[in-house]
Design a protein around this ligand. Structure first.
Ligand code: MHO
Length: 237
């Protein structure tokens, strides 16, 4: 049947749902944890990063816990359908992956530090799934803002792939592509695990350390996590 097509196969632009001309739902103005603005414009001295690492509920929490992160938001990226709804994304017919927008202060935390968190938080060798969550909407992705981010993404991927191989894992399937539009997800998905503390979190890393942390690629900056973050790390991902 038309709608039961396999969700692990990336659709083509012509197959994609038409979506909407504008967002059809409201997004809160402020971050529920950090109390910073959730929507642009952001202060000029900050940088942005976009990562996909499976279900965005747990993924977003990983990043809002890092010192130097100004705000985070969840949304849909990397696909074709404009202003999609969660239901449309779950149909597998938008081409989008669940993504996290991270706005950070590069004086306090570097993009490579964020990449280390990204690589270690999930299993980037799973193709069109992440754990029990299956489909193109859960693929691992890095959408870079500029050439410097692209280089950092590719270099850390190569280094992490080598580390993973040593631990018996296969190739990294992470999509690394230029950042296109980031469509904010519905308000209830924003900071979901703060609003629903025992909510579903499918995020789980491989346990293999990213060489960035070990100072192989850059001098390692010790990431400072809050106490809440350290506690959560023991429970999820
Ligand atoms: N397996 C989870 C994924 C949620 S995530 C926002 C669920 O279906 O609730 O994709």
């Amino acid at each position: 049947m038309f709608f039961s097509r396999h969700k692990t196969k990336m659709i083509t632009p012509t197959e994609a749902l038409p979506g909407q001309e504008q967002r059809t739902f409201a997004v809160p103005e402020r971050h529920a944890v950090l109390d910073t603005p959730l929507n642009p414009p952001f202060p000029e001295d900050l940088n942005t990063a976009v990562f996909g690492l499976g279900c965005f509920w747990g993924a977003e929490r990983k990043f809002w816990q890092i010192d130097g992160v100004y705000t985070t938001a969840v949304g849909y990226a990397g696909g074709f359908t404009p202003n999609p709804t969660y239901g449309e994304v779950c149909s597998g017919r938008t081409g989008h992956t669940e993504a996290v927008l991270v706005v950070f202060d590069p004086e306090k935390v570097s993009y490579r530090d964020l990449l280390a968190v990204f690589w270690e938080a999930h299993d980037p060798t799973q193709g069109m799934r992440q754990g029990n969550d299956v489909g193109t909407q859960y693929r691992s992705a890095i959408y870079f803002a500029d050439d410097e981010q692209r280089r950092a993404a590719e270099e850390t991927r190569d280094a992490y792939e080598e580390a993973l191989r040593g631990a018996g894992y296969g190739s990294i399937s992470t999509e690394i592509a230029p950042a296109g539009p980031f469509y904010y997800a519905e308000g209830y998905h924003q900071q979901y695990l703060h609003k629903v503390p025992n909510g579903y979190c499918g995020l789980d890393g491989t346990g293999v350390s990213c060489p960035v942390r070990l100072g192989v690629i850059v001098d390692s900056v010790e990431l400072s996590l809050t106490d809440e973050a350290l506690d959560l790390e023991r429970h999820c991902g």
